[in-house]
Design a protein around this ligand. Sequence first.
Ligand SMILES: [Zn+2]
Length: 292
Amino acid sequence: MMEKWQAAVPGMRATVAENGVLWYGFPALLAHGERLLHGFSSRVGGVSCGAQGTLNLAFAKEFPRDHNYDDPQNVLENLRRYGAALGFKAEELVFSQQEHGVNILVATDEHRGCGVTRGRGYSNIDGLITGVRGLPLITHHADCAALFFYAPQAQLIGVAHAGWRGTIGDGELGMGKAMVRRLVSLGAQAEELLCGISPSAGPCCYQVGEEVAAQFAPLAARHGEQLARPDGTGRYLLDIWQANRLMLIEAGVPAANISIAGGCTICHADIFHSHRAGHGHRGSLAAVMMLR
Ligand SMILES: [Zn+2]
């Protein structure tokens, strides 16, 4: 299995931890492991069942309002297992509250546990940033990409959720660029940033309509690239990995500092929770980052 799990995500390193928890890390960020903890989860190694099986890392609303309902005790156990694998405490996580926007919360000690042990008190937050050591940040994913940010000089981290809406934003300011700008406003240099783009719906499978494809045309044109390719059925296949990469480059991040995981969650729905492959029935993956 290990060979297959590694081959599915060529740009990240696969690790199997205690309880069989499979997670992925970017080599360029793992190289900073002394001061930085980060990871992108799989669906392997948890206790949840059915479509949420087995490593589901997001709490659900009550059944039947949420057809992806999972027992909160299962989710907490899964978060603890993921925490044991990476080295964070589930009870200290700061959760996003994702609505496909480009809003960012700069988390401080007062946010510790928000979304796990207590209510969040904030909404419409798709990006999290902190400079606080020992404060783990988490975003949730099931076909949408996670964007990872590390400023080794400024000692700041950020993690964000970017589906096609967040990736492109208003056409100019997508989530990647919004994260870079906020990190820079907090003292980071764009040139020092190390960025990672997680597994997500890939250019092989991410079918979108013409209206969505059109929103990516100006970004593609600015770089002489094609980000949405006609698939022969009147629809388009969108490359949000490349779109996010171009947005980060526009924000001043050196191209050499950007890692693309390259794993498609729809192709590999046995390894990752996929909204599209599961026709809406699925659990959630999670990106986590923490300064040690
Ligand atoms: Zn695919």
